[in-house]
Ligand binder design. Structure first.
Ligand SMILES: Cc1cc2nc3c(=O)[nH]c(=O)nc-3n(C[C@H](O)[C@H](O)[C@H](O)COP(=O)(O)OP(=O)(O)OC[C@H]3O[C@@H](n4cnc5c(N)ncnc54)[C@H](O)[C@@H]3O)c2cc1C
Length: 402
């Protein structure tokens, strides 16, 4: 296995780096650097900028507008995007539903939906989970009853990321009850402006509005919005999940977080000196750095296997678990640094002016982002299939244990 990049690959990385430095909307990078949340308009501007450069749909076949990149080019692109601090592509349209559409959709559906996804003019949500169906997804109860050329949809989807922005949602719904609960599930696309669709926010512990509950009350959905065969939705859903679980590592983003953390720790500390000089903190920092390096090599090994004709298959569960654990460990270090920063701010304040005045000037904004990131990154071991479920997959499918 040769893990060195070729000259052509290095030149490609340079081209991507130059794009983010000059042709990409710099105000989006500035907002991200300040830890500001991005709204729908920014997320769409991000994707349009990539789309105009022909770089939005890295995983699509070229005939539908994909980039035609090999796995190494995709990896290099992601690295440069994260190094620049650009937001990740919102996956529900480009990465999740589009592959299902170009693989199992009708010609009409491909022509209707793929160009809108490619030009970032429609925003999608994923409606799989329900209050009683998460890990046990096949236990879903949201029901679609045939009525002429339509279905009538009733039920509740929950934890639906960014449904508040969505123009369309793809859902798994029950169209019949069969012996096996995986049967009788259908893959349906629903226009969010349809009468009877209601979106309610769920505010998470980081204070953000990422999630929602989506209720369908007698919503009329044309049968032409069904992907593939009725009752076969489970196999399309499983296909989609393999795309979902291969996109978690975000190595360059994690490296950048570690680099910035080292800078912050050099400037932050208690009365006894900078946090960077604290042996216990440094030991834990170094341990996470080593774990990140091993994650990087595991990712590269998977890429090398794919490049030579292999498939990531169930090994993507290993990447999901490790990526999550390293991501959480990094946010724990940041949280600790923000605690020291808070301590310092309190001490400085006590020396200056407890009644306000210039006191606030000592407090930079990064601890707020660090605390919010710490809280929200807890969710990584839940979404995309919980880590416990991934460990079951690894035990059964990778290690052959039963
Ligand atoms: C931030 C975030 C974003 C999300 N976005 C979306 C989205 O856009 N669309 C969508 O459809 N869903 C979304 N989800 C939902 C997510 O997919 C589910 O939360 C997840 O599948 C777990 O389901 P659950 O919450 O019902 O937990 P449960 O399945 O009830 O699990 C509860 C606990 O039991 C454990 N457990 C369950 N079964 C087993 C088992 N067999 N063996 C061992 N342990 C087990 C789990 O690991 C977990 O710790 C999102 C979730 C989060 C947190």
């Amino acid at each position: 296995m040769d893990l060195r990049y070729t000259d052509a690959e290095l030149a490609f990385a340079e081209e991507v780096r130059a794009f983010f430095a000059t042709d990409y909307p710099q105000d989006i990078l500035a907002k991200r650097a300040r830890g500001q949340a991005l709204g729908k308009a920014d997320l769409q501007r991000n994707e349009r900028a990539l789309s105009e450069r022909g770089w939005l749909a890295a995983n699509w076949p070229p005939e539908y507008g994909g980039t035609g990149w090999n796995v190494t080019e995709k990896y290099l692109f992601d690295e440069e995007l994260e190094r620049a601090g650009a937001p990740p592509i919102v996956p529900m349209g480009v990465i999740y539903v589009a592959p299902v559409l170009y693989t199992f959709g009708s010609e009409e559906q491909k022509q209707r939906f793929l160009p809108e996804i490619l030009s970032a003019t429609t925003f999608w949500a994923q409606g799989y989970s329900e209050p009683g169906a998460g890990s046990d997804l096949a236990g879903l109860e949201c029901r679609a009853d045939a009525d002429g050329d339509d279905y009538i949809l009733n039920g509740v989807k929950t934890w639906t990321s960014q449904a508040q922005y969505a123009d369309w949602i793809f859902c798994l719904v029950r169209t019949s009850r069969e012996e096996r609960k995986q049967q009788g599930i259908t893959f349906l696309m629903i226009d969010m402006t349809s009468p009877g669709v209601c979106v309610d926010p769920i505010i998470t512990i980081d204070g953000g509005h990422h999630l929602n509950t989506v209720t369908f009350d007698n919503v009329r959905v044309p049968q032409s919005n069904r992907v593939g065969e009725e009752g076969k939705g489970w196999s399309y859903a499983k296909y989609l999940l393999t795309h979902e679980r291969t996109s978690y590592a975000h190595i360059a983003g994690k490296k950048e977080q570690m680099r910035r953390l080292a800078d912050v720790a050099r400037e932050t500390g208690s009365g006894e000196g900078p946090l960077w000089a604290d042996a216990d903190f440094r030991r834990r920092y170094d341990r996470v750095s080593v774990e990140l390096t091993t994650l990087e090599f595991t990712t590269l090994r998977t890429l090398a296997a794919v490049a030579t004709g292999g498939a990531p298959g169930n090994e993507s569960s290993i990447l999901k678990v490790r990526s999550t654990e390293v991501a959480q460990a990094i946010t724990e270090l940041w949280l600790e640094a923000s605690g020291y920063q808070g301590l310092r701010a309190v001490r400085d304040r006590s020396r200056a002016d407890w009644n306000g005045g210039a006191a606030g000037a000592f407090a930079p904004s990064w601890p707020v982002t660090a605390v919010a990131d710490y809280f929200f990154t807890r969710a990584q071991s839940i979404y995309g299939g919980t880590n416990e479920i991934q460990k079951n997959v690894i035990a059964k499918q990778v290690l052959g244990l039963e």
